[in-house]
Design a protein around this ligand. Structure first.
Ligand code: C2E
Ligand code: CA
Ligand code: CA
Length: 410
């Protein structure tokens, strides 16, 4: 009878004995190795799982992960180590970033039942979690046409007043065959092939059309627009943007331009040129995905930012992860020390809402409030929010505590 194969890369004989007996009792065929030469011999493309110890005498866990990724292994990876918890966390991240399938991790010493549970998971068919920017869909090298481009708007709430104060414009592609596509399917491709400038102009035009309609309906909202560093590198962009604003009678003071933190690591002079001019013309600049890039404090103070958006990964992990909580708290403090408005993005639960409220974030955005909405539905959403706002105020003390059903799932 065929038995599924697993590989243990560990040099501790006592522990490998335990792991081997757990695995064989589950019906796996087990091979054990502890150096590169033996790994190369024992490796097979049909492995269902590899158990990796991070600390080995001849080769370390990072090298094992790199080697397995190079083979294109589809096995599920289990990290088992006595190393510091932070090293195990870094190792699991590395597995995912290298495109391998992560099953889980165990800190030594562990109880056999926990390994048992992870090995049972290895039997399930798994998918490799690719990073968003690596997602490839056959779109025939196309980007959306004006008719296919859709802009949705996600509400932002002022945490002090609970007022609906702003929206973020988020692009979508209504593809004739593939359906509604998220930006990760076409923005990186447009950045790579240079069509991002044309695409950004289309996104800005559609956004301003809605802005103009909302103003006519008496709704004055601040609107955030995501701008690629590549577009900022074009020094003619500020003039094009201003011309569009004039056409739709929108003031630069109403517009926030969100720029991801990652571009700050290079800081090309053209981007600095565009950002400084845009700031002079009255646009507010926002650092997006804060905490994921490499900006230094001097860069943050040199570039005229007015807002800091904390990346949603910290917001979402903070209630249950001490480190993410500390990063969130110090990011809010840093933003406030630099006189920046601090926005928490990706708030999905009441617990996260309460936390960012307690940390005194200025604005909040996320599925707990609303999902991105079509522009035409935005004024109606305001009406619904006003009802919710009253309920939330009635149920809140000084900390604006929210009710269980306060999320407006839209
Ligand atoms: P971003 O600027 O960080 O935008 C926020 C993303 O988080 C949006 O994803 C939004 O739908 C999602 N989001 C908001 N609240 C929650 C929540 O509570 N939970 C979760 N899980 N997600 C939430 P989306 O629309 O897929 O956009 C992804 C990224 O694509 C954006 O990240 C932005 O970097 C880029 N992008 C979107 N629209 C544009 C655009 O018009 N131009 C450019 N250059 N980039 C854009
Ligand atoms: Ca953004
Ligand atoms: Ca963001």
């Amino acid at each position: 009878m065929f038995k599924p194969h697993i590989l243990i890369v560990d040099d501790d004989p006592d522990l490998t004995d335990v792991m081997e007996s757990v695995a064989t009792s589950l019906g796996f065929e087990v091979a054990v190795c502890a150096n590169l030469e033996k790994l190369q011999t024992a490796y097979r493309s049909d492995l269902v799982a590899v158990i990796i110890d991070m600390v080995l005498p001849d080769i370390d866990g990072v090298e094992v992960i790199r080697w397995l990724a190079k083979q294109g292994s589809t096995a599920g990876m289990i990290l088992v180590s006595s190393a510091d918890k932070k090293i195990i966390t870094a190792g699991t991240k590395l597995i995912q970033e290298r495109g391998l399938r992560l099953i889980g991790s165990l800190q030594k010493p562990f109880v056999p039942e926990n390994l048992n549970a992870l090995l049972n998971k290895a039997r399930l068919p798994g998918t490799v979690r690719h990073r968003q920017r690596d997602v490839i869909l056959d779109l025939e090298g196309r980007t959306p046409t004006e008719d296919e481009l859709v802009v949705l708007f996600q509400p932002k709430i002022n945490m002090q007043t609970l007022d609906f104060c702003a929206v973020e414009a988020l692009a979508r592609w209504q593809h004739p065959v593939k359906g509604l596509l998220a930006p990760c399917y076409f923005i990186p491709a447009a950045e790579a092939d240079g069509s991002i400038d044309v695409l950004t102009d289309m996104i800005v035009r559609k956004t301003l059309q809605h802005c103009n309609q909302w103003m006519k309906a008496g709704l004055l909202l601040e609107v955030s627009i995501n701008i690629s560093a590549r577009t900022l590198g074009d020094v003619t962009f500020p003039d094009r943007l201003i011309a569009l604003l004039q056409r739709y009678e929108v003031s630069p003071a109403q517009i926030v331009l969100e720029i991801t933190e990652t571009w700050l690591s290079d800081e090309p002079v053209e981007c600095l040129d565009s950002l400084t001019r845009l700031s002079l013309k009255g646009f507010r600049l926002s650092i997006d995905d804060f905490g994921t890039g490499y900006s230094s404090i001097s860069q943050l103070s040199r570039i005229p930012f007015g807002e800091l958006k904390i990346d949603r990964s910290f917001v979402q992990q903070a209630p249950n992860n001490r480190q993410a909580n500390k990063i969130l708290e110090s990011s809010v403090q840093l933003g406030h020390h630099l006189q920046l408005k601090v926005v928490a993005e990706g708030v999905e639960t009441k617990e996260q809402w309460n936390l960012v409220n307690r940390l005194q974030c200025d604005e909040c955005q996320g599925f707990f409030i609303a999902r991105p909405l079509p522009g035409d539905s935005t004024p109606a959403w305001l009406g619904r929010w006003q009802t919710m706002q009253c309920d939330m105020r009635e149920n809140s003390g000084n900390e604006h505590k929210t009710t269980e059903n306060s999320a407006l799932g839209c």
